[in-house]
Structure formats: structure tokens, C-alpha cells
Write a new protein. Structure first.
Lengths: 185, 287
């Protein structure tokens, strides 16, 4: 009888240790997801801050492109206002498309393309886009690690409702999703 | 040199070196000495074994010397391809924890030159580095343990006020407490730094000096740098302290392709450190 009690008590202690250790590992993984989201937010904000300068510079050379410039300003405002990953992804994709249109506009204005200010902004923007891309990969890798950790059995028993799966940050950009057209003619 | 390695010409040096005049005379002399000793000791065993031992010693020493010649050849040919100059041996100032680790340090197969080749840049010293620790062994004896690395040391004086101590290295697969092995970072009194990537944290251990500006550190470890480090096949580590950047990988690398990759990695780390230094200096108002 005493042996049975010891075995039962020992098993309970082991289970308690496992529950605590697993919960802590969930918290660590979730914190990583939050940290990487903040990291991406920093990069996105930097891009948002760059947009007004870019619009002003382009306006100086291409006053007739009001519609394109207004679209960029509108897309930026939406991106700044977005908060959850899904909306942020949608708004950022829209902003990326709008910025692509500005680049297309710039092609038609040689003076604008030659301007040192524009070249500097374009280089900064390209660098920021690289950083955003890298930050997105880090965030998605963290989300994958966290989701796997909470969804595998028997971890899922502890995760319950306290640890909900997180969404990936997927850019819904038509430019990125577009399948390149291949012609053999 | 594409698929070449440090032993590529060893066999040809060995074949040339074996029938050298020195070896022939040494063999004749060795055999004569063995016969003389055998005659004095009246031992037929020495007659049989002695010349064989002399021949074996000569073969081994020729093989060793062929290895050294082949390695010199290899690095002499590789150096210009990397935009560097082969200078054989040298020493580095013990400015970072790795360069001052252990009881003694050695640097060989040294190649020097500007980091970015024809485009210039700070002085880069690439070579095989080794620090040795002497540990007591049974019955009052001592044993020496060698820790080999391939390193690229870059002098970036401007980094001195910006990076007070940044240490990045591969995380060991099994966690072993520092006092059980020759942990060269143990004396650096650096704090562990967590970054946002769990993949990066599984592979690397990042530490920084207590007085290191954390904003500058996070500017250096931008998302793209974290991804680059995580995905790099060599998983290079680096230390930056006192104006010295040391990029390193464990073991003495002797493959041309991997050395080129390592040199490229050192350039990339150097480029990023220089950019972070420039950004920090431009952010700080002039006194």
C-alpha cells in the first residue's frame, strides 16, 4: 500500500514538473512570436515614415501624377491604421503595390530618376523592403515553431485555450503571387 | 583551385622528397649505425628491426614535410584569388577573448590584404589560428589541449567607441557548463543577449559587454543579418572589441571552396559592422 502511494505521489510530481516545463516553453515561444512581431513593426514603421518624403519628392517633378500619389498616401494611411496581422498584411501589400506604381511613374521622368534625393530614398526603400522580408521570415518561423509546439500531442492537452495558434504573416501582394508568363513563341 | 584542398599536392611532394639525397644519406648512415650497434650488442634483432625503424622514421618525416610544403603551396596560390598576400606566419594582438584565450596562441598560413580586395577596405588577416591550454594530468604531468579555428581578423579602428564587446558563436549541441571546458568567453564578463528569432537562438549564442549600447547592437543584428547568419552554411561566429573584428569558424579549414565562402562571410560581417559604425557615428552629434 505504501509503495503504491509513493509511486502515485512520484508520478504526480513528475507530471507537475512536465506541466510547468511545457507551459513555460509555450510562454517562451509565444514571447518570441510577439518579439518578432515588434521587430517587423519597427521595419514597417520605418517604411511608413519614408513614404511622405518619397511622395513630396515625386510631386516636385511629376505634378500630373496626382492619382498615383493619392493612392500611395491612402495606402500608407491604411497601413498605419492596421493592427492585427491579417489587416497589416493586406494593407502592406496594398502599399507595396502603390510604391511599385510610383517607381513605374518615375521611369517616365528622367529628371526625377536623376535626382539625388530620389535615388537615396529609393535605395533606402529597397533596403527597408529587404529588412521587412527578413523580419517576415523570422516572424513566420517563430509562429511555425510556436504553433507546432502547442498543437502536438500531448502538449495540446496543456495548451488548451490559453495558448491559441497564431496567424502567419502572408503578403497578399498580386506582384509577389504573380506567376511569371513564359512564352516559347 | 576550385575543388582544391590543402593536401592536393602532398603526394607529389612526397614522391619527389622520398628519394632525395638527404633521405638516401640518412638511410645509409642510419643502417650503418644500426649495424654497428648490433655488432656491439651482438643482437640479430637490431640488424633486422633497426634499418626498418630508420626507414619508417624517414618516410614519416618526408610525409610530414610534404604536407607542410603542400599547405604552403595551397595558401600561396589561394591568397591572390582572395585579393590577399601570403605572409606565412604572424601574430595578432590579444584584443578579443578568442585572440587572448588559453595559455598560448599560434597563427599560421597567414594571408593579409584589404578586406574588399581591389576596392580597398580595412586590413584583413586570414589564417589558421590555434589556442592551447595546459591542463594537469595524472602524477604531476601536464597535457596540452589545442583548439583550432580558421579566422579572419579585421582592423576597424572606428568600431572602438561603438562596439565595446560583441561576441557571437555557435551554440554547442549539448550544453556543457563553462567550467568543464576551455570556455574562452568565461572571462569576458559578458551578458547573454536574446534576439527575436528562435531559429537563430537555437544555432547561436550572443553575448555583449555590460556597457555595450543595446540600440547599436540591435541595429547591427537587423532582421536581414539574423536571417543571413541563420542560413549561412558555415555558421560563422564573430567578436568585435577594441577596434578588432574577428570572424571565425572552428577547425583549420583546408578546402578552397569553403575558404572562399569563409572569406566572403568575413567581408559581409565586416560590411555590416562598418555600416553600423557609420550609422552610430552619424546619429551621435559631433562634440
Amino acid at each position: 500500500m505504501t509503495t503504491t502511494l509513493y509511486v502515485a505521489a512520484g508520478s504526480l510530481v513528475l507530471i507537475a514538473i512536465w506541466v510547468v516545463a511545457t507551459s513555460n516553453s509555450f510562454i517562451r515561444a509565444r514571447n518570441k512570436v510577439d518579439e518578432s512581431w515588434s521587430g517587423m513593426d519597427v521595419q514597417l514603421k520605418r517604411r511608413h515614415d519614408l513614404v511622405p518624403n518619397l511622395v513630396e519628392t515625386v510631386k516636385g517633378y511629376a505634378q500630373h501624377e496626382r492619382e498615383t500619389l493619392a493612392a500611395v498616401t491612402q495606402a500608407r494611411a491604411e497601413a498605419v491604421a492596421a493592427s492585427d496581422p491579417e489587416r497589416v498584411a493586406h494593407a502592406e501589400a496594398k502599399l507595396t503595390t502603390a510604391l511599385g506604381e510610383i517607381r513605374a511613374v518615375a521611369e517616365q521622368y528622367p529628371q526625377l530618376r536623376a535626382s539625388e534625393n530620389f535615388q537615396q530614398l529609393e535605395a533606402q526603400l529597397a533596403q527597408l523592403e529587404n529588412e521587412i522580408q527578413a523580419a517576415r521570415r523570422i516572424y513566420n518561423a517563430n509562429v511555425q515553431a510556436y504553433n507546432t509546439r502547442i498543437q502536438i500531442f500531448p502538449n495540446s492537452l496543456i495548451a488548451g485555450r490559453n495558448f491559441a495558434a497564431r496567424q502567419y504573416f502572408e503578403l497578399d501582394s498580386p506582384a509577389e503571387r504573380a506567376v511569371p508568363a513564359v512564352s516559347f513563341s | 583551385m576550385d575543388g582544391g584542398d590543402v593536401n592536393a599536392t602532398r603526394w607529389s611532394y612526397f614522391r619527389r622528397g622520398l628519394p632525395s639525397r638527404f633521405n638516401v644519406y640518412a638511410l645509409l648512415l642510419g643502417v650503418a649505425v644500426c649495424l654497428a650497434i648490433a655488432a656491439l650488442a651482438q643482437s640479430p634483432t637490431i640488424v633486422l628491426v633497426g634499418p626498418a625503424v630508420v626507414a619508417a622514421i624517414l618516410v614519416i618525416s618526408t610525409w610530414q614535410s610534404a604536407g607542410a610544403d603542400a599547405a604552403t603551396d595551397f595558401f600561396r596560390t589561394l591568397a591572390p584569388e582572395l585579393g590577399l598576400e601570403y605572409v606565412a606566419g604572424g601574430a595578432l594582438p590579444p584584443l578579443t577573448p578568442l585572440l587572448s584565450a588559453g595559455d598560448s596562441q599560434e597563427l599560421e598560413h597567414v594571408m593579409e590584404g584589404p578586406l574588399f580586395g581591389a576596392q580597398g577596405g580595412p586590413l584583413c588577416t586570414l589564417g589558421h589560428y590555434e589556442f592551447k591550454t595546459i591542463q594537469p594530468s595524472g602524477e604531476g604531468g601536464q597535457r596540452t589541449i589545442a583548439h583550432p579555428f580558421t579566422i579572419a581578423a579585421v582592423e576597424i579602428d572606428e568600431a572602438l567607441p561603438v562596439f565595446h564587446g560583441v561576441y557571437l558563436r555557435r551554440r554547442p549541441r549539448i550544453h556543457i557548463p563553462g567550467f568543464l571546458w576551455d570556455d574562452w568567453l568565461a572571462r569576458a564578463h559578458a551578458e547573454q543577449v536574446d534576439l527575436e528569432s528562435s531559429g537563430f537562438e537555437e544555432l547561436y549564442e550572443l553575448r555583449a559587454a555590460r556597457d555595450q549600447d543595446r540600440t547599436v547592437l540591435h541595429e547591427l543584428f537587423s532582421p536581414s543579418f539574423i536571417v543571413w547568419l541563420t542560413e549561412h552554411p558555415l555558421r560563422p561566429g564573430f567578436e568585435c572589441k577594441a577596434g578588432e573584428l574577428v570572424v571565425f569558424i572552428p577547425e583549420h579549414e583546408g578546402n578552397a571552396g569553403r575558404l572562399r565562402l569563409f572569406h566572403e562571410a568575413a567581408r559581409e560581417v565586416g560590411r555590416r559592422v562598418i555600416a553600423a559604425v557609420d550609422a552610430a557615428r552619424s546619429a551621435t552629434p559631433a562634440a
